[in-house]
Each structure stands twice: as C-alpha cells, then as structure tokens.
Ligand binder design. Structure first.
Ligand SMILES: Nc1nc(=O)c2c([nH]1)NC[C@@H]1CN(c3ccc(C(=O)N[C@@H](CCC(=O)O)C(=O)O)cc3)C=[N+]21
Length: 302
C-alpha cells in the first residue's frame, strides 16, 4: 500500500515560507493574471491564484476579458503589463479562445516576467541548462520528490505526455537529476509495458484513469498530473466503482476531478503516489508564487 505524496501540505509549507520571507524583508511581489473568455475550469484556477496572492500579501491584478476580445487588445494589455513596474509576473491563463494564437501571445510576455516559464527564451534556457523560469507543474513535482527524499539519480523515469507545459520540461528536469528518461505519447506502442519499467512514473496525458494498475511496477513512485473534470454520471459509472465517493461528488457538485491514474488500483502497487485532488495541483500554484517572488527579487537586483 503506497504512501501518499501530500502535495497539499507541502505546498502550504512553501506558501508559509514565502509569506514569512516577504513579511521579514518587506517585499511585495506583483502578479498579473489574464483570463480571456468564460471557461468555468479556468475561472476556478484563476480564483485560486488570486487567493494565494492575497494570502501571501502579494499585489494581484486580475484582467477578465470577454471571449470575443480582439488580438490587438490583448497585445496592448500584455505590453502595458510588461512596462508596469509593480508587476513581476504575468500569467496568461490557457487555453485561449480559438481565434487567439496562444503561441504568439505567450511570446509577447517579457521573459523576465514569464513566471509560467512558457516563453521560448525560458524553454531554451531550460534546454541548455541555464537559469530560467521553470514551468510550475514540473518544478513542483521535482521539489515534491526531493521533499520525500525520493532518489532520481540512475532511476528509470517514464513521462506519459509530451506537452510543452508539462511533459517536455518534466523530462528535461528529470534528466538534470540524472534519471534515465523515456517519454511516451499517443503514438507510443506498448505504453503499458514501458510504463511498467518505470521506477518513477509521471502521468500527464489528460485522460481520466488512463493509467490502470497494470501500468505500474511494484514499488514504483507514481505522480499524477491529471486534473480531468468528469461531469456526467454515465462517464463516472464507467470510470469509478459503484460505491465510489467520486460518483456522489458528481451529483453534489456537478463534477468531480479524476486523475490520469486509477488511484485505487495504483496505490496497491506503488511505494508513493500523489492523490487528485491534493497532489500536484496545489504545488503548481505554490511554484507560481515562488517564481513570482524570485522574479521580484531579480528585478530588484537582490
Ligand atoms: N498559463 C497557465 N498556467 C497554468 O499554470 C495553468 C493554465 N494556464 N491553465 C490551466 C492549468 C491547470 N492548472 C492548475 C492549477 C491548480 C490546480 C489545483 O490546485 N487543483 C486542486 C483542485 C482544484 C479543484 O477543485 O478544481 C487539486 O488538484 O487539489 C489544478 C490545475 C494551472 N494551469
């Protein structure tokens, strides 16, 4: 039976440390969050980022733009924020409505304020091993593994998923920690078999419960990045056990979060596992705050 990697408690510890430091040193980092359109999940995430800012005493500026925002308006806002001295971090919440080109918009954010680490300059610096803003989710996972003293050096790490936001930077960070890294994706053959070779398995594919128990080697460390919303009872019945709490949640809340990993099956084989919710998600927010503090310090030459 696996030990839980408690991302929620660890992220609270990180947030407390940031808060203490800001109070001690009289720091007030500023984060701007841009939300375009009215995707309900995005609204929830943006609210969580605002809450974290308030808790830490950060300056928080939120920009809620309508779904039909013109490219030019977004360009102007990003440009204003690049020049706003109170702002240390700019986060453009993804996904954007389809008429806006997210690659193009992300490139307009000053790399010095790119606390998401999505700008090609930061991605390139990570690639070449220079100091850079590291994308929050993979950074949080590395810190979580270190917190639990999980050795990465020489271990077989398998990353499921190859996105620019999680999979690719995750693989590079594990490589930096001297793991032997394999990346699997939608065209990979024998994905379960490759996953079973993993000492450390990172699931970042975005399909609820894709990773079943037979993807997992006995004693593996399993990190679940999935935050899939399951909102129909029919889909819930296919995924979860009849008497699962998750089925009740769909009725109560209208949806429930499911990871990429079938937690009930995986926990029987893994040595450590992250839950969903309460695992990687909260760490993403904590790392965003950490990146924003670091940006603030750097911009002030500290
Ligand atoms: N520019 C940009 N940067 C992002 O970092 C970004 C983004 N766009 N778009 C969407 C994804 C998703 N994301 C999450 C953050 C926190 C939780 C989180 O804290 N989840 C809680 C539960 C939240 C709930 O109940 O819905 C948990 O897992 O315990 C999840 C997901 C950041 N993202």
């Amino acid at each position: 039976m696996a030990e839980i990697l408690d991302g929620k408690s660890f992220s609270n510890k990180i947030l407390d440390e940031i808060k203490d430091r800001c109070e001690r040193e009289g720091l007030k980092p500023g984060l701007a969050v841009i939300l375009v359109g009215d995707d309900p999940a995005s609204a929830v995430y943006v609210k969580m980022k605002e809450k974290a800012c308030n808790k830490l005493g950060f300056l928080s500026k939120k920009f809620k733009l309508p779904a039909d925002t013109k490219e030019e308006e977004l360009i102007n806002l990003i440009s204003d924020l690049n020049n706003d001295n109170e702002i240390d971090g700019i986060l453009l919440q993804l996904p954007l409505p389809s008429h806006l080109d997210s690659k193009k918009m992300l490139e307009l954010i000053s790399p010095e304020k790119d606390v998401d680490g999505f700008h090609p300059v930061n991605a390139g610096k990570l690639f070449t091993g220079q100091k850079a803003f590291i994308p929050c989710t993979p950074r949080g996972i590395i810190e979580l593994l270190k917190e639990y003293k999980i050795k990465m050096e020489g271990k077989n790490a398998v990353v499921l998923g190859r996105s620019n936001i999680v999979g690719k930077p995750m693989a590079l960070l594990l490589l930096n920690e001297n793991a032997t890294v394999t990346i699997c994706h939608s065209r990979t053959k024998n994905i379960a078999e490759i996953a079973r070779s993993a000492d450390i398995l990172i699931a970042a594919i975005g399909k609820p419960y894709f990773v079943s128990g037979d993807f997992i080697k006995e004693g593996a460390v399993v990190v679940d990045v999935g935050v899939n919303r399951v909102d129909s009872p029919e889909e819930g019945e296919k995924l979860f056990d009849k008497n699962s709490e998750k089925l009740k949640k769909i009725e109560e809340k209208g949806y429930v979060l499911a990871g990429d990993v079938n937690f009930e099956q995986a926990k029987e084989k893994a040595s450590f596992i992250t839950p969903v919710p309460g695992g990687v998600g909260p760490l993403t927010i904590a790392m965003l705050m950490k990146n924003t503090l670091e940006s603030h310090l750097r911009r002030r030459g500290k």
